[in-house]
Design a protein. Structure first.
Length: 291
């Protein structure tokens, strides 16, 4: 399954780039002057695929992709955690029949989450910059070291990017709905009733039985988070895999584009495998099915 998915991703990217009109070298500003050299050195017309053609001519694809994916993972993992934590918190604090103001707050959060990631990212940057500039004009604050987004790197830029990635394109509302479903199923479970009947607390039992579905839920969010990285990294000027993939596509650098796509596919498959491994280790029923 994992090998088939990865192979399919590679073949799809290669097929798409094979029908793109033009040549990668045409994307270089000084293409005509270096065409012969690049064609001979890197095999522009179908030879060596291990080197970048236009994004960073001559650089090994593996090194470019490894550095970019490492940067992206510093956004992706925290974003997954924020999505899961906020989703389960909303599900637990806003059960059916909650107070009207709490339900209204929940609906507002869902509305914000439903915005496309690109709109949410650009709007967030505009609001933060405009608000900070207004405070500076009134002399209420000095110019912050991170101002203005996204030009200045730092913790503020990273935190805002993580929140946008966690919330955008309905990720938070989807996780919250799934979390509510899982909690409702636990409330109706016979083993929870048995624990209650003995006068014991149910928190430990609930956490144990939520571990496997939560791990699977997290692995299901990885592909959409990778897609969101393309927008978030571009909007916040972060040099990760999303930015590299965008540059590779714009510059027809198909070796780099394939490398990023394969890296994303492998990490997605690894997340799924990790979730299934947790299931086998934690749940005896899963071990019986896997045997």
């Amino acid at each position: 399954m994992v090998g088939g998915t990865t192979a399919l991703a590679a073949l799809l990217i290669l097929a798409l780039f094979s029908v793109v009109p033009g040549d990668a070298i045409d994307a270089l500003p000084n293409g005509p002057e270096v065409r012969a050299q690049l064609e001979a050195q890197w095999g522009i017309h179908g030879g060596e695929i291990g080197y970048s053609l236009t994004v960073s001519p001559g650089a090994p694809v593996g090194e470019l992709c490894a550095a970019a994916l490492t940067t992206s993972l510093t956004l992706l993992f925290p974003a997954l955690f924020v999505t899961l934590a906020a989703g389960f918190a909303a599900a637990a604090l806003l059960p059916p029949g909650a107070a009207a103001w709490r339900r209204g707050l929940h609906l507002l959060g869902n509305a914000v989450s439903s915005a496309p990631t690109v709109i949410l990212a650009l709007t967030t940057v505009l609001v933060i910059n405009s608000g900070t500039w207004a405070l500076m004009e009134r002399g209420l604050i000095d110019r912050p070291a991170w101002f203005a987004l996204p030009a200045e790197p730092g913790a503020i830029r990273a935190v805002v990017a993580i929140v946008v990635l966690a919330v955008g394109s309905a990720r938070l509302s989807q996780v919250s709905a799934r979390a509510r479903q899982l909690l409702d199923e636990l409330d109706r479970a016979s083993f929870i009733e048995a624990v209650r009947s003995r006068g014991q607390g149910t928190l430990g039992t609930r956490l144990h039985h939520l571990l496997v579905p939560t791990a699977r839920l997290a692995s299901e969010q990885v592909p959409s988070c990778f897609a969101g990285l393309i927008v978030v990294e571009r909007a916040f000027n972060i040099p990760g895999a999303g930015t590299l993939f965008w540059q590779a596509c714009a510059g027809r650098d198909w070796p780099v584009a394939v490398g990023v796509a394969l890296g994303a596919a492998l990490l997605t498959a690894a997340a799924r495998m990790a979730a299934e491994t947790i299931a086998v280790v934690v749940d005896p029923r899963e071990r019986e099915l896997a045997a």
